[in-house]
Design a binder for this molecule. Structure first.
Ligand SMILES: *[C@@H]1O[C@H](CO)[C@@H](O)[C@H](O)[C@H]1NC(C)=O
Ligand SMILES: *[C@@H]1O[C@H](CO)[C@@H](O)[C@H](O)[C@H]1NC(C)=O
Length: 252
């Protein structure tokens, strides 16, 4: 009895050490690799949720075929988007024609995107559980985007809106280029008309009262995996456990 007490304690100590290693493994940061597959330059934007720290970059330029990787701590929550048709004016002020963050600089520094903007949203687990992520057209659409986990366990399906929704945007929701007249973004019905039934506010502020509309269905037809209105959860939220990397792709 006294002979095997010590080895058992050692085994227990060793098991605790393995558990500790496992915990350290689960608490690894997650990488986000942003890639630009579009044939035009995209200026990515990142915004952290209220309780999450800012990422090392809040806005950066991605020329076609280039990629950039950022790291986020466990439990991080936030969103990503891509700004298009950006330029710097004679006074040095930077601005974008779609999804601008209106800071006057390439970094968004805690500012979100001016709608319409396609959004990739994610909440990482802080204890090795499920991450939740989606592509949202609730604030409209400006460019195709996807958010795909690499590795991980569970469903881990890519969230994607690969279609160029601008090509099917009804005239009353179009944002057009002043110079070329081309459709460069598509407003959501909430953003275009402000009605409670499109915005899921007021009398429509619950999943049972806010239903798909003819406008949200236009988005859903071409991008069935993306949020087409605020309570589009069942077909638009994705989960994955333990992915070490997520690929954020513009024009997947
Ligand atoms: C980008 O691709 C689109 C559609 O494939 C094409 O119409 C357009 O001319 C291309 N633009 C450039 C700059 O290559
Ligand atoms: C959607 O429905 C509204 C009326 O509810 C109508 O005025 C509008 O033209 C419809 N739009 C489309 C794109 O079907």
């Amino acid at each position: 009895m006294s002979m095997d007490g010590k080895p058992r304690r050692r085994i227990r100590a060793f098991s605790s050490f393995l558990l500790f290693l496992l915990f350290v493994q689960e608490a690894q940061p997650t990488s986000f690799t942003f890639s630009n597959n579009c044939n035009y330059t995209v200026w990515a934007g990142t915004l952290s949720g209220a309780t999450s720290q800012s990422l090392s970059e809040t806005g950066f330029k991605l020329t076609p075929a280039f990629s950039t990787t950022l790291s986020a701590p466990p439990g991080w929550s936030g969103r990503f988007w891509g700004r298009t048709l950006c330029s710097t004016d004679s006074t040095g002020k930077f601005s974008c024609t779609t999804a601008d963050c209106a800071t006057g600089t390439i970094p968004c520094n805690g500012a979100g995107s001016v709608p319409p903007a396609t959004l990739a949203e994610i909440t990482l687990s802080n204890n090795g559980g499920q991450d939740f992520y989606d592509i949202s057209l609730v604030d409209g659409f400006n460019l195709p985007m996807s958010l795909s986990p690499v590795g991980g366990r569970g469903d881990c399906e890519p969230a994607s809106c690969a279609w160029d929704v601008n090509t099917v945007c009804p005239s009353e929701m179009q944002v057009t280029s002043k110079s070329s007249g081309a459709v460069i973004a598509c407003r959501s019905a909430c953003n275009a008309f402000g009605d409670a039934k499109y915005c899921c506010t007021g009398a429509y502020a619950s999943p049972s009262s806010c239903k798909p509309t003819n406008y949200s269905k236009l988005f859903k037809d071409v991008c069935p995996d993306a949020y087409s209105f605020a309570f589009d959860d069942p077909s638009s939220t994705f989960t994955c456990i333990g992915a070490t990397t997520y690929l954020v792709t513009f024009c997947p």
